[in-house]
Structures are given as C-alpha cells and as structure tokens.
Design a protein around this ligand. Structure first.
Ligand code: 3HC
Length: 724
C-alpha cells in the first residue's frame, strides 16, 4: 500500500527524522520493520546525519507489532514469518549505533511501539500519550526487548505491574518513573526532540543505552522476592495462561544473567508463545471484537450515526439505574422516569450508589461523580419526553405494561426518537405491537450490572431501520460497551446460546455427579464460577422464570430439573438470602453446603434418570464436554437461524456476556479447536443414552459430516434462513 511507509527527512541541523506511517495506528508490519532498518542504515551511512529522531505519522507513535502477522502465523504455523526485530533492529541497528536516537512520542506507544522507544537513547512525549506493554492480552510477552528495558528504566516492581496488568500509563507518570525524559506540547515535540538528539550526539546530554543500565534493578534478593510474589499472584489471577509466568521468566533471566541474555531468552519464549493456543484464542478475540462493528447493510451503506444527547430511561430498578449510570458517566443526559416519587428516589439513590462504588474503587474522581449526577434528572410523567433522542424502557417483564408504555412514548416523543427496550425475554414484535413505529423499535439488552458489564446486545427485528441500529451501536460505543447486533428470538444470542449451560450441569447432577465437583471443574476450565454458583448469584427467581421461558420455546431440549423448586421450598434463595448450594457469609468466600445433599437426593428420586439408580462415572474432561457441547449445539442453531451476523460475533457475545474464557477464543472458536466431528459424535452418543437434550442440530451434523469448521461462513445463501 502506498501510504504504508517509513520516511526519512534530514534537516539542516543534521537530524534525520524517521517517521512510521501505517494508518490507523502505525502498526509495525513486516514492511514497516524492513523500512525502519533501511532508513536507519541510510541515516548511519550519511555524513550529513548526526542524530536521529524516531516518530509516528498523524499524531500516533505506534500501536505496536502488526497483530495481523500473529494471525498469519496462527493460520500457517510458520513462525519464520516473524521478523527478527529484537536483536537485529533494536539492539544492533538502533541502540548500539554510532549515532543516537530520540523517540518523539505522541498519542500512543504500545507494545512493540513502546519497545522501539526504549531502544532509543531518550524519549520525549506529549502529555496525553499512552505508554504500555499490553502483549499479555494477546497471549504473548513483549518481544522487542520490553521485558528487559522496562525494568531497567522504571524499576522491577513497576515494570512487572505494567506488563502483567497490560495497563498503559500517561506521560506524566512515565516522566516521574524515568521512562520519559521530557513531556512537551505537540507543537514543541519535534523541535525539542531534535535538540535533545543533537545534545546527546555532542555529549551535552548523556548517551544512555537502556539495556546496559542496572541502577534501577536493586539488589538481586529484592528482585527475586518481587518476582516470587508476582508469580503467586499470576497463578491465582491468570490460571491457564502461560504468558504470565513466561514473562516473569524472561525478566528474571535478564536480572540474573544480564540484559542481553534476557533479550535472547525473551525472543525464544516469545516465539513459543506465539504458537500457543492461548495466543490463538486471544488474537482471535482482538479481531473478532473489532469485527462486531461491521454490520452488512447497516455500517456499509453510507449512513451517519445521529447525535444522541438526551436519553430517557423508564424504570429505576436494577437494570434501569445501571443503564442510566452508564449513560451519565459518558456525558449523555438522562431523564429517569418512574411511576411514583418513592420509586424515583430509590432509582436516583441506586445511581448515586453506583457512582460512589466506582469512585471508591478509584475508577472515577469525586468531580466525575458530581459531573455525572448533574446530567441526571427525574420525572414522574412524559412531559419532558418531547426532546429526548432515545428512550430505553427497563421495567418488569410484563407484556401489557410494556405495550402500554410503548403506546405512550410513541405519542410523547419526537418522531426521530429511538424506542428501545431492555427486555431479555419478550419478543420485540409483541412489545411494539400496539404502535405504528416498528421501524424505530429496537432491543438494547444490557447485562447486569449494566454500568459494569461490557456487552450490549442490539436486537433488531425485521422492521428496525438500519439508521436506528447504527445509532444504538454508536451510543453503545460512546458509553464504552461493545455492541453486538443480533436477531429477535427467545433469549437473543447470549441467553439463548447459554441456556443449556445450567441444564447440562443439572443433567450431570441427576446422573449422580457431585454438584461441587461440577462447579470446580467448570471453574478450572476458565469460567469465573460454576453453573450452580452462578444460579446462586442470579437468584432462584431468575432461574425459574428463565427456565419456564426456555421450556416453552424449546420443549424438545429442556431438562425438567425439579431441583431449584425444591431449593426454594427449603427456604433457600441463593446468595440473596445467604443460603444456596453454597453458604454465603459476609466477607468470606462461598462455602459448599453439605446439607443440600438431601435436597439433591430428593430431586434425583423425582426425576430418576440414573440407569438402575447408579451414578455414572465420568472424567473431568467429560464433565466439561457435557456442560459445553450442548451450548455449542445451541450456538449452531443460533448461527443457522442467522441470529448473529457471523460466528465470531457469538465468540465476543460469549466472552463479554457470559465470561467464557477469552483465551479460549469464545464458544465457537473453542468448539472448532475441539472439532465439529468429535462434538457431533459425543452428543449423538449422549442423546441415545440420556435423551433429546443432547440431540445434535442439523447444522452441527452437516458440518461434522463435511469436516467443516462451525465458524466457516455458510456456503450457500439459502443455508441461512436469515432472521435479521
Ligand atoms: C513484539 C511485540 O512486543 C508484540 C506487540 O507489539 S503485540 C501488539 C501490542 N499492541 C497492542 O496490543 C495494541 C492493540 N491495539 C489496541 O489496543 C487499540 O487498537 C488501540 C489502543 C491501538 C487503538 O484503539 P482505537 O483507536 O479504539 O481503534 P481500534 O478500533 O482498536 O483499532 C483501529 C484499527 O487498527 C487495527 N489495529 C490496532 N492495533 C493494531 C496492531 N497492533 N496491529 C494491527 N492492527 C491493529 C484494529 O484492528 C482496527 O482495525 P479495523 O479498523 O480494520 O477494525
């Protein structure tokens, strides 16, 4: 591509400005890396060049190594596609050169971008610049020397924190830590950087190679202690993810044997990790998340999102107050409507409490809380709905109530206003049945707590206009959600796909498998908690209501477990009343409650699915499969019916809506790593043994027979009975 290049511009002052240009984030593609080497060689060879300033075009230094290359390596298994940057470019060409380099950093320097700056002899940055090493989020470790140079510039403790958390810092903090040498305005950036480079060349300022520094490393025993603690923490916080320990290995190697040995170790470990399944999953999620914003016939037809300044939220309960919180936090004015002043006050208080919670966790400042609250107004009628751009209804799941609200808001709101509902169970066509505004009716399905959970299902009906979908996607992004456009069906994409999750677990339990073993195994697979603990958390009211919903929509594949009913009868309601499958005490971890065993036995007696009353014997792997393969089976139906635009949207929905482990790439990606044939065979066997709940769908069977991945796009248009 013509606009992908590295340019060199030598001034009268003898400074060569080398600029990376690869829109939009100046990613370090193979071409850019070759260009950097070439321009550096040119600068070294020219007599009129005394020093170098390295920078990025269009206000961004660099978003790091080109992640597309990882994807190519994953697709081909060919690790030789990775260019040799760490030694060849950063050490030999830049850091050990006979002319000094200064990095002029604007916008962002992430991953390989920040690593290039650390190979320079000084770094000048503008105040807003973001500096970070987020490689671990892609299943790898920094691979251009970051594991060695960052500890030498900012000290081991901070470097470990930055790498393991993947969180960037701003220039001001970078300056305090010693990562940045000077913070200047963007107008001054190049001028100051040129002077700085000349000052180094002419020895007015020190010529420092980061890799050779040791002054920030401290005593060996201290360094080892920091790493030991970090290892323990990573084992707890990032189980199943090898990159955390591997990153610490590389840091430790450099501390013990010196920076250069560390660079070599880093390069070796980096290449191994690039080929890991963790990296494959995480890189897939990176691109899949960005692909959700590309919706055929919506985002590719030249429409522009309209500005949404004021939103009315109807209902100040758990969901309504969460949604309102998310909106005001992102500068959108909210009118909160309730039926009486008591409920309104309760809603307003809940919003204030949400904000306080975020402030306590240090996520926003007190000024941020005040600013957000100034955008909130309460209302008991529709008088002020005349100038709202969008309404989000979030009242209880009652069809007549929702229908009457939609009739009212159709009259009260301006004709451009988007009419959205947060229903999770009611058909949108039914919600809007009594209006003549079907084209502006859309689902805005948030997940609880709405101000925290990142997913927003944008539910469209056959009549919702592309403009309305685009507007909702846009406001979703404004409030920092990831909008995924889905079709209108029972449970939409996430709840529909995951309803067999708990069902599968209940079948296993009734086949005699220990409840706490199921939860333990599913947690170690990577879910934040097992299906039973999740039921405790959501409350049994939700479990019963949702169970009924799915039983009537999909009677052929619902397992009629009597257990939740029995739990309620015995006075349990999960976490809400402290008594569920687990016992919940204040401030302590949930403890398995052995007394539920009697209730489970009663449930088993009622349902009698154990053949000759004997528990089945299953391996840990089979437990994972009996819980997740039915989920994959439902995902197949969701894809077949066109409820999602593409398979990878379901991956993102599963990761962000259900906390399916991102390092497994999402539900469909994971299923493909297991293989459609294997899943089909297993489900077929279980269907014969345990009934129709496990019966493989037509879509799965077809893919299995053809040996096709589940994520492959449908080969014929009629394959997909698009519901979108
Ligand atoms: C060897 C080294 O140590 C290894 C590495 O450097 S690994 C890479 C480390 N860098 C990262 O992880 C940063 C990844 N990128 C990001 O976090 C964000 O994209 C960002 C903060 C840079 C910009 O965010 P934002 O402005 O919201 O734009 P965003 O939509 O995410 O990205 C814009 C486009 O750039 C692409 N992009 C971003 N970073 C990229 C990268 N490092 N490589 C390739 N493409 C990249 C995105 O895929 C997207 O493409 P699309 O428009 O075709 O969908």
């Amino acid at each position: 591509m013509a606009n992908v290049r590295v340019s060199i511009d030598v001034g009268d002052d003898g400074v060569a400005v080398i600029t990376i240009c690869n829109p939009p984030v100046n990613a370090l593609s193979t071409q850019i890396i070759a260009g950097l080497k070439e321009k550096y060689d040119e600068a070294m060879g020219r007599n009129d060049v005394k020093a170098i300033v390295l920078t990025g075009e269009a206000g961004r230094f660099s978003g790091g190594f080109d992640i597309n290359v990882f994807q190519k390596v994953h697709g081909t298994g060919d690790i030789s596609l990775m260019p040799d940057v760490s030694v060849e470019l950063v050490v030999n060409t830049m850091e050990d050169a006979k002319k000094p380099s200064v990095a002029a950093v604007q916008g962002l320097a992430l991953g390989g971008g920040l690593e290039l700056t650390m190979g320079c002899h000084a770094r000048i940055a503008t105040p807003e610049a973001q500096l970070g090493l987020p490689e671990l989020t892609l299943g790898v470790i920094p691979g251009f020397g970051g594991t060695q140079r960052l500890p030498r510039l900012v000290g081991i403790s901070k470097a470990v924190e930055m790498m393991l958390s993947s969180k960037p810092i701003k220039s001001k903090e970078g300056k305090e830590l010693g990562l940045i040498d000077a913070v200047v305005s963007s107008e001054d950036l190049l001028r100051v950087s040129r002077l700085w480079a000349l000052d180094i060349a002419e020895r007015r300022k020190p010529w420092i190679s980061s890799l050779r520094r040791t002054d920030k490393l401290g005593a060996l025993s201290e360094a080892r202690e920091i790493i030991k603690i970090a290892r323990q923490r990573a084992r707890q916080n990032a189980p199943n993810m090898p990159q955390h320990q591997a990153c610490l290995d590389a840091i430790e190697e450099g501390i013990v044997y010196g920076g250069y040995a560390g660079v070599l170790k880093e390069a070796k470990v980096f290449k191994e990790l690039v080929l890991s399944s963790t990296s494959k999953g995480l890189v897939h999620v990176f691109f899949a998340q960005r692909t959700t914003s590309k919706v055929p016939n919506v985002t590719d037809v030249g429409l522009k999102p309209r500005r949404i300044q004021k939103v009315a939220v109807i209902g100040g309960g758990l969901m309504g107050s969460g949604i309102a919180t998310a909106l005001i936090l992102s500068n959108v004015s909210v009118l909160l409507k309730e039926v009486n002043s008591e409920f309104l006050q309760r809603g307003m208080k809940a919003i204030a409490a949400n904000l306080r919670g975020l402030a306590t966790k240090g996520k926003i400042t007190q000024a941020g809380v005040d600013k957000a609250l100034s955008l909130l107004k309460g209302s008991l009628d529709y008088d002020e709905f005349t100038n709202v751009d969008m309404v989000i209804e979030a009242v209880i799941e009652s069809i007549p109530l929702k229908q009457s609200i939609f009739r009212d808001i159709e009259k009260a709101c301006p004709p451009h206003c988007i009419l959205a509902t947060n229903t999770s169970t009611i058909d949108l066509d039914v919600v809007g049945e009594k209006t003549s505004s079907q084209d502006r009716i859309v689902g805005a399905h948030f997940f609880s707590p709405a101000h925290v959970m990142p997913l927003l299902e944008v539910v469209r009906t056959e009549k919702t206009s592309p403009q309305v979908i685009l507007d909702l996607m846009n406001i979703g992004k404004t409030i920092k959600k990831v909008p995924v456009v889905v079709g209108n069906c029972t449970g939409f994409a996430v709840n529909r796909t995951f309803f067999p999750y708990t069902q599968g677990a209940h079948i296993l339990l009734h086949l005699g498998v220990d409840l706490f073993r199921i939860d333990r195994i599913i947690s170690s697979f990577g879910m934040p908690m097992g299906p039973f603990q999740l039921q405790d958390l959501a409350g049994y009211g939700v479990a019963l209501a949702v169970g009924k919903e799915f039983a009537s929509a999909f009677p052929d594949r619902t397992f009629p477990s009597p257990l939740v009913d029995l739990m309620v009868k015995s006075g349990r309601n999960g976490k809400n009343n402290g008594k569920g499958y687990y016992i919940y005490g204040k401030g302590s971890k949930p403890k398995p409650d052995p007394s539920v065993e009697a209730i489970i036995e009663e449930s088993r007696r009622l349902i009698k699915i154990m053949s000759s009353g004997k528990p089945i014997s299953v391996s840990d792997q089979e437990i994972v499969e009996m819980v997740f393969f039915p989920v994959v089976n439902e995902a197949c139906r969701v894809m077949d019916e066109g409820v999602v635009v593409r398979a990878s949207d379901l991956d993102i929905a599963s990761v962000l809506g259900m906390s399916f482990p991102s390092y497994r790439g999402g539900i469909v990606f994971w299923a493909d790593s297991v293989g459609s044939g294997y899943i089909f065979t297993k489900l077929k066997k279980w269907a014969e043994l345990y009934g129709s709940f496990f019966k493989p769908s037509g879509f799965l069977e077809e893919r299995a027979m053809k040996g096709m991945p589940l994520s492959a796009p449908a080969s014929t248009p009629e394959h997909s009975r698009a519901r979108l």
